[in-house]
Design a protein around this ligand. Structure first.
Ligand SMILES: CC(C)(COP(=O)(O)OP(=O)(O)OC[C@H]1O[C@@H](n2cnc3c(N)ncnc32)[C@H](O)[C@@H]1OP(=O)(O)O)[C@@H](O)C(=O)NCCC(=O)NCCS
Length: 306
């Protein structure tokens, strides 16, 4: 699909995503949001299984890309997520962004979308743009990071943590999904329910990812995981800390956090960060735990629904 811009965006051509546009998206996200967006994470998202090139678009002026928008087909049928909406700073108005948003929304509508979500760095102009199209803010996502080169006081916890392997794969899947509740119920729904939401856990344990569990009387009650070098040499992607609802507020989360930081250092990581949910007016327990354990908010995102 290609169309020429109207009076609001003279000379701008809008076209569908094509092979190789990943680099264009990364450049535009960087120019548009700078350090407010985590570019290596955008890269992983564009290469991920849910990115839908068919509903993603690029705006060009004089042959140079000046804007983009991506769409993700969530695993739940007829649910879509708009991401990576941005225009280069040299664009005089948001007309180009508005038109890109319109095109992606039209694509979703043409596929019978029942739920449309949007995710953006928490920058007012973009949030206003989504609001104008009828989207309402639902929650924040905080990117919390740790500088692992700094020494800090080690918190003491009596809860036992240890790495586990393949024989625990099915149990890890069960515990991880149960530990998402209730704060990530919306995510489980997006993923098509608890069964499909947990599939990746079993695969990841079988693949030998460095999972760590918290055990009480030999029973797995919480988990944590990080992927070393996922965002570059020495920069880990942290999956976070998860504890079964009935086992919370007993120091288990803190013990797992301590174990995760230890593991990251052992694997030669200098930095790690996690994207974690926060409500509109208060922190979820995960964010509270991370901030109490040396993490710092690096940037903030907003999720909206129409
Ligand atoms: C976040 C979570 C792992 C905390 O586990 P936990 O075993 O209850 O944590 P702890 O008992 O070790 O408490 C750790 C710290 O977090 C704080 N905390 C725990 N629950 C909290 C809450 N509901 N609100 C605010 N702070 C909270 C505690 O005060 C404690 O701080 P302190 O040790 O300085 O007093 C748990 O609530 C959970 O599994 N939540 C759902 C999964 C999730 O969202 N994980 C984050 C994914 S990115």
């Amino acid at each position: 699909m290609a169309s020429v811009g109207d009076v609001g965006s003279p000379g701008v051509v809008f076209r569908s995503f094509r092979a190789g546009d990943e680099a264009v998206f990364l450049t535009i996200m960087k120019e548009c949001f700078g350090s407010l967006e985590l570019i290596p994470r955008v890269k992983l998202g564009l290469a991920g299984p849910f990115f839908n090139p068919e509903g993603s678009f690029v705006a060009e002026k004089n042959g140079a890309a000046v804007g983009c928008i991506g769409i993700v087909s969530l695993p739940r049928a007829y649910w879509f997520e708009l991401r990576y909406l941005g225009v280069t700073p040299d664009q005089p108005s948001l007309t180009v962004a508005d038109k890109l948003l319109e095109m992606a929304m039209q694509f979703a509508a043409s596929k019978g979308a029942e739920r449309l979500k949007a995710s953006t760095p928490a920058v007012q102009t973009y949030i206003d743009l989504y609001r104008k199209k009828g989207f309402e803010p639902a929650r924040r996502q905080l990117q919390v990071g740790w500088d692992l080169t700094k020494e800090r006081e080690t918190p003491v916890s009596s809860v036992q943590t240890k790495e586990f392997a393949e024989d625990m794969a099915a149990e890890a899947r069960r515990v991880w999904v149960a530990s998402l509740r209730p704060y990530w119920d919306w995510w489980i729904e997006e993923r098509g329910g608890p069964d499909s939401a947990g599939e990746w856990v079993e695969e990841s344990v079988m693949d030998g990812d460095p999972w760590i569990g918290a055990f009480v009387d030999g029973r797995l009650v919480g988990t944590t995981l990080l992927w070393p070098n996922a965002y570059g040499e020495g920069e880990a992607r942290f999956n976070g800390v998860y504890v079964l609802p009935e086992m919370r507020n007993k120091g288990t989360g803190r013990a797992l956090m301590q174990a995760a930081i230890g593991k990251a250092k052992e694997l030669g990581q200098k930095k790690m960060n996690v994207r974690t949910v926060a409500f509109l007016d208060h922190l979820a327990p995960g964010a509270a735990l991370y901030l109490r354990c040396g993490g710092q908010v690096e940037t903030e995102f907003l999720e909206l629904y129409k």
